[in-house]
Design a protein around this ligand. Structure first.
Ligand code: SAM
Length: 241
């Protein structure tokens, strides 16, 4: 069974309100929800409800301002970063490839703060490969991550260049940079050897980017310790080295 609506209508049906991503700005492009089956609606609703306790914890600990930063990650994907982050050992080292305006960085940083660790953010801050075109995003990133500035170390440059001079052992690696097959593969070849045995690898855009999917199949799956997990556009697993 599917739910249809007049595409010209700006009114939301009840089920759209339940699953709406209200953290996105008003002018964000409306998602395609023309023929959503009841099963899809139920799954999305369950996914939202499942994250309520984590969301409440995140708010209670005073990290709520992070919701204001624009990102393409869904609220559940942002909470997933925080959730996987707080499971890491004390003093953990996180690396994020592709920080953009700092939204995902803040969710990771909130977890790093709880583990008394450090988050390395890697980006050219030149909006490489973004549909909105190249622009300098450094000032926005710097302002947005201000509450976490003492536990974030920013590395400005191309990710493979930065990897060449990075020698720390990584506990959690979040990859959300270049989404082409070649770019994503180069990132993993450069950074995966720095991930400790049993370290957490999180890949964004697994759901839609063919290149990312292919890289996960070729490079990640043969090295993973568990069967791998998917939520929305995010893939995560523990890696054996
Ligand atoms: C999709 S955005 C990251 C979004 C961010 N994780 C968030 O959720 O807020 C991709 C970012 O990766 C950066 N990027 C793409 N290719 C890169 C490369 N080869 N080296 C460094 N940064 C890169 C872009 O400049 C952009 O800021």
């Amino acid at each position: 069974m599917s739910v249809k609506r007049d595409p010209r209508s700006r009114k939301r049906h009840w089920h759209e309100m339940l699953i709406a991503n209200d953290d996105q700005p008003e002018n964000a492009a409306p998602p395609e929800r023309e023929h959503m089956s009841l099963k899809t609606i139920a799954n999305k609703l369950i996914c939202k409800l499942r994250w309520i306790p984590t969301r409440l914890t995140f708010q209670r600990k005073g990290f709520g301002d992070a919701w204001r930063i624009f990102t393409h990650l869904t609220p559940e994907e942002r909470l997933l970063l925080y959730h996987l982050g707080v499971k890491q050992p004390q003093g953990a080292i996180f690396v994020e490839i592709g920080s953009y305006l700092g939204a995902s960085s803040c969710f990771l940083a909130a977890a790093v703060q709880e583990r008394c660790g450090l988050l390395h953010c890697v980006d050219s801050w030149g909006n490489e490969g973004m549909t909105e075109g190249k622009r300098d995003t450094w000032d926005e990133f710097s302002n947005n991550i201000m509450p976490f500035s003492t536990i974030i170390k920013a590395h400005r440059g191309f990710s493979t260049d930065i990897a060449a001079s990075f020698h720390e052992s990584i506990d959690l690696l979040f990859v959300d940079g270049n989404h082409s097959y070649e770019g994503c593969r180069a990132d993993l070849e450069a950074w995966l050897p720095r991930l400790r045995d049993g370290g957490m690898l999180i890949m964004h855009d697994y759901g839609w980017a063919e290149g990312v999917k292919k890289v996960v199949d070729e490079i990640v799956k043969p090295r993973q310790k568990d069967s791998g997990h998917v939520q929305q556009n995010t893939y995560w697993t523990k890696i054996k080295t």
